[in-house]
Design a protein around this ligand. Sequence first.
Ligand code: NAD
Length: 512
Amino acid sequence: MATMTDRKHEDVLRPLGIEARNLGGFAGEWMGSGKVQPVISPVDGEELATVVNVTKDEFDAILGRCHEAWKSWRLVPAPKRGEVVKDLGNELREHKEALGRLVSLEMGKCLREGLGEVQEMIDICDFAVGLSRQLYGLTMPSERRRHRLQEQWHPLGVVGVITAFNFPVAVWSWNAALALVCGDTLLWKPSSKTPLTALAVTRIAQRVLARHGFDPAICSLSIGRGSDIGDLINTDPRVALVSYTGSVPGGRHVGKLVQERFGRLILELGGNNAVIVSDKGDLDIALRAIYFGAIGTSGQRCTSTRRVIVHTSVYEAFVAQLTALYAKTTLGDPLDPANLMGPLVDQEAVKTMLAAIETAKEQGGKVVCGGEKVDLPGGCYVTPCLMEANSEMPIVAEETFAPVLYLIRYRTLEEAIAIQNGVPQGLSSAIITNDQAESELFLSVEGSDCGIANVNTGTSGAEIGGAFGGEKETGGGRESGSDAWKAYMRRQTNALNFSGGIELAQGITLDI
Ligand code: NAD
């Protein structure tokens, strides 16, 4: 077993308090006596540390503490809660470099993207600080004389945050920053592929809460298998809201269990995002937007570009230029700034990608370039794949969570929009065009059916100011900016009568 002195990545792990062996549960104190799980870096196959999962009894204790913490946290004035989130953002600023490196090391995305992910955490904290003074309820005119009709927003309870491996810290923060100012407490179950970043962030939150004199159980952690710890979150009525980010099959399972007990749900599930490249668009913009969208995070973003629908008149030129760009992809250690693409998250993901390429070929797809395993330490590296395809191929309607980009031709914009919408998922979409009528049609009711629809920028790289999420099998949830905060609060409508008598709505009278 690695010791603190001989660990290869000590310089990344040490500043964030990651020991050789770490307990996976936190609710004011650290605990964990379940299965010991090794954490392997996809960057080089090194064991980074081990995490001791929580048992069912420990989960019960953690949730109990988190629920207790909520009873007092909800009483703290929202702007005061905002001050804690402000400090959380500042602490993240201080640890941006260290945390960004750990994100890269643990899940394999390039350092610039790891840093971007931490920046996203900082941004949502800033957003939430302002929000803490803007949790507005409406006042409506009452139909009754001397009555006031209003709504107000109350804290909801414990928010169970279940996160995917690909944004191991940002997704927690989208939920956490809003939930905290809304007066909720958090119980985080991270992906078992990325527990170390969750440990590091929980330690940061623990310090911030303690500094402000609040119960650190407000930000609790429970690391364990989805099938046991996840299901405990899904079924326990003490968890008022389950915010689940993950695959469509996972969301279907979670959705049923939470709905069964009428719990609140935010589902942020898979995407199958397309860019339409019009003959009236700027090819250079298209190339840059699509290249980053397809290879960023090695094609493992929920918003990764998976399909490009190109006007037939520019198809050949576009594919030739994109192929040339793909040939320039530098692949290797994501912590080395010279590399544009790092590994996939694990060897299983490599197998899944290679199998999908074989299936696509059987269905009529033709590989233009890439799609091969590369012999680098850790065994998780692949070249990004460009594939000529058509929308009738069943695999094109699936989300293969890897850098495989399907190239599809179109003749009319209506046809392109039909192809774009003709998949079960509905997360992100884009059109590259300089024609106003085309972009308006794309954004209109007859256009994209996705939660995100962009013009002259790619499908990937959302800003925190807008509400984030998608339609259809993507689950319908919204997180982050705009009025997404409302999902984290309980709305209460109040009628206040100061007439001195009693009057029923709708003019109903009772002669008593
Ligand atoms: P996954 O579905 O394998 O796992 C997601 C999380 O669910 C993990 O924490 C896992 O442990 C947990 N889980 C497993 N079984 C569970 C259960 N029975 N109950 C509760 N939780 C359970 O997904 P992944 O491979 O980690 O991530 C990739 C997927 O996530 C892709 O489909 C991607 O598109 C999606 N994703 C979506 C968004 C979005 O915002 N729409 C963002 C990031 C990732």
